[in-house]
Design a binder for this molecule. Structure first.
Ligand code: ADP
Ligand code: MG
Length: 315
């Protein structure tokens, strides 16, 4: 087991009647890209704010680098880089001045700071915009500036709260690649998102949040192996009879069937050759069919099986 960078135990946070975090437990180890995946309102930002001691919580404990963090824990905070959900930069400072300001909160030595600011500008691809004021930047560039401000001081732990929301695909890819690069350079990352594709793409460990609770955690492979669904097969087929649908339901590994508007969806539990068995059935009964394709489980399927809700639709 790696060193523990963040340990959250039985964390409870209430906003009056509302329980935003309901006995949350999480452990983030050194070197991970740790994904906090959950729909809007599941408590991601609240959890981040508790980790940073920006919020007072009701119960439980939060440790960062083995210590309980306090609002004035300067030595711990120096080692954390934060990219908050809402862009927070100074309108009256240029791109370069903004990065220099945030870097200067932790790096006093002028020469080191100059070098770090330059590296953050290059890292974020903001070379051509260094003298721009934030209001002249597109949404994607503004996000990149927000990130540059958070990481310029080379923190060991980087926390990013939905850094790609409302960002164009090009900037989004650049941000995701950037996160992987920071991780390769040694930073531990906590990354929150309600986009399952992103979390699957970059995160080595994932915790799925729903209503302030962690409903499942592990690698993406572990999460997918927790659920019944191993494969979902789609078949275009016309005039299928109810008795045939019932027969298909009896095939090996099949546990659910849905037939609507000429499209048959077949949920299969793990197991090999599901498609072969199904096509054998259609061929042996001489039932014609059109398009066929098979889908492997996504993190949305994991969320759906555990909570009964769509991760996507609940956004
Ligand atoms: P997420 O970041 O996953 O979208 P949040 O942590 O922002 O979720 O919110 C969790 C829950 O707490 C939501 O129901 C939200 O409406 C509520 N909430 C968040 N901040 C406040 C606040 N300052 N006052 C009252 N309720 C809040
Ligand atoms: Mg949030």
């Amino acid at each position: 087991m790696g060193k523990k960078v963040v340990e959250i135990e039985n964390l409870v946070k209430r906003y009056k009647e509302l329980i935003a975090l309901d006995h949350l437990n999480l452990t983030v180890e050194e070197g991970e890209i740790f994904g906090l995946l959950g729909p809007n309102g599941s408590g991601k930002t609240t959890a981040i704010n508790c980790i940073l001691a920006l919020l007072h919580f009701d119960k439980g404990s939060v440790k960062v680098f083995g210590e309980e963090i306090q609002p004035d824990s300067y030595e711990i905070k120096k080692q954390i880089g934060v990219v908050l959900q809402n862009v927070a930069v100074f309108e009256e400072l240029t791109v370069q001045e903004n990065i220099d300001y945030f870097c200067g909160l932790y790096i006093q030595d002028k020469r080191t700071r100059k070098k770090y600011v330059e590296e953050a500008i290059v890292f974020s691809g903001l070379e051509d915009f260094r003298n721009f004021y934030p209001k002249k930047l597109s949404g994607g560039l503004l996000r990149r500036l927000n990130i540059a401000c958070g990481i310029a001081h080379k923190p060991k732990l980087i926390i990013m709260d939905e850094p790609t929301v409302a960002v164009d695909p090009q900037s989004r890819n650049r941000i995701l690649e950037g996160i992987q690069k920071l991780n390769q350079q040694g930073a531990t990352i906590i990354y929150t998102s309600h986009y399952m594709e992103e979390v699957e793409q970059i995160c080595s460990q994932i915790a799925i949040l729903d209503k302030g609770r962690c409903v499942a955690s592990g690698t993406k492979e572990e999460l997918k192996s927790m659920i019944k669904m191993g494969e979902k097969i789609h078949l275009e087929v016309w005039n299928l009879q109810p008795f045939q649908i019932a027969e298909i339901k009896e095939l090996r590994h099949v546990y659910q069937v849905n037939y609507q508007e000429g499209m048959l969806e077949i949920w299969c539990s793990g197991g090999k050759h599901n498609l072969v068995h199904i096509l054998d059935y259609f061929n042996s009964r001489e039932i014609g069919f059109g398009r066929v394709y098979s889908e492997l489980p996504t993190l949305n399927d994991v969320f759906l099986e555990i909570t009964g809700k769509e991760l996507r639709d609940s956004v």
